[in-house]
Design a protein around this ligand. Structure first.
Ligand code: ATP
Ligand code: SF4
Ligand code: MG
Length: 336
């Protein structure tokens, strides 16, 4: 896969984004102070347990939050310009043509009564002003691009396999030539072989079209295979962000370490997934201090009272007091 050009300005900047869901009139913080950048052609994996805030992050970037949610602070910039993420109508000119989506479960996202070629052609007509015939030709071209023979475009969604339907979703996402695709668990509902094919397809499209990809998944091994960077989310915050090679060789956050250890590795005699003991906090029972404290084997006293900030650490970032004290010790030793 091609490497992103880190020297260029980021395509996307997510800056201190916090989002609340209103439940019975009470605002509950779902994501807090989420900040990251994405460069052209870069693939970033967003990983974390269920409820950690991955989808909320993706929906807020797209301005697609549900009515009971609100951006309480922060902003998102695309090519340096602030996106109107709280204004659904204003965001329409950015969705599809700049930032596009592939969601889990294509069967629910596709219209069962329309042929797939028509569904891919629709955004071409609506967003790019193409005439019907031109849009249909573009749709057939897109089908070929995602590895589906153009004549299969006349099929209805139920006449295609799960993998083919997900390819159709990718074709739709590409219809208006976006530079960013956000895939929210795009392969979760698929068997492992089809999952590998879809990930390979995304990798191919990425280098062919210089696409930037945010890949949301529960599965760290998917990120290892398909991404340049891994961002680990826990209880609504990014707790570690680094190059995939660094994160796997030397994970800094205790949660990342446990996530990596939980992955089955037959070569090391680990044949089954070993879940991390304990449960993440819910929105209503966020503890004081570090949210990971009750499950952390390395917790120290300060973890009970102070929420660790996401700080620079080597080539990446980490939010953990242990790491901060190590960094401070090293700085003091270097100064002495
Ligand atoms: P999963 O891996 O299960 O998809 P996720 O990491 O995508 O989880 P989110 O869906 O972003 O997590 O949810 C973050 C938090 O916000 C969770 O506690 C969830 O229960 C809550 N939440 C999500 N959607 C809503 C909603 N519409 N109303 C209220 N709370 C919500
Ligand atoms: Fe564990 Fe403390 Fe680090 Fe949180 S801040 S991950 S509790 S060591
Ligand atoms: Mg989700």
């Amino acid at each position: 896969m091609t490497k992103p050009n880190q020297a260029t300005a980021p395509l996307l900047e997510v800056d201190a984004l916090s989002v609340d869901y209103g439940l019975k009139g009470v605002p509950l913080r779902a994501i807090e102070d989420v900040s990251f950048t994405l460069c052209a052609g870069e693939a970033v994996g967003l990983v974390g347990e269920s409820g950690s805030g991955k989808t909320t992050t993706a929906l807020s970037i797209a301005g697609l939050l549900p009515p009971n949610a609100g951006v309480s602070s922060g902003e998102v910039r695309y090519r340096g310009k602030r996106l109107p993420i709280s204004d659904d109508a204003a965001m329409r000119s950015h969705r599809w043509s700049e930032i596009s989506f592939v969601f889990q479960g294509a069967m629910n996202a596709l219209n069962p009564v329309h042929r797939v070629v028509k569904q891919i052609a629709e955004p071409c007509m609506l967003k790019r002003g193409m005439a019907r015939d031109e849009a249909a030709a573009r749709a057939r071209e897109l089908l070929e691009l995602v590895g589906i023979p153009a004549d299969r475009g006349s099929a209805f969604p139920h006449e295609l396999s799960g993998g083919m339907r997900q390819r159709v979703m990718i074709a739709m996402a590409l219809a208006c030539c976006p530079s960013i695709i956000i895939g929210d668990e795009p392969t979760t509902a698929l068997d492992v072989i089809t999952q590998a094919q879809i990930l390979k397809l995304l990798g191919k499209l990425r280098s062919q079209l210089n696409l930037a990809i945010i890949l949301i998944t529960h599965d760290l091994s998917v990120v290892a295979e398909s991404c340049d960077r891994a961002m680990i989310m826990y209880a609504g915050r990014i707790v570690e962000d680094g190059l995939v090679a660094d994160v796997f060789a030397e994970p800094k956050h205790p949660y990342t370490k446990l996530l990596i250890e939980s992955i089955p590795n037959p070569a090391k005699g680990k044949h089954i997934l070993r879940p991390i003991p304990g449960d993440p906090p819910t929105l209503v029972n966020r503890p004081s201090g570090c949210s990971f404290r009750s499950r952390c084997p390395s917790a120290i006293q300060v973890c009970a009272t102070e929420d660790p900030r996401l700080d620079l650490a080597g080539r990446g970032r980490v939010a953990c007091h242990l790491h901060r004290s190590l960094t401070q010790e090293r700085t003091v030793a270097a100064d002495a």
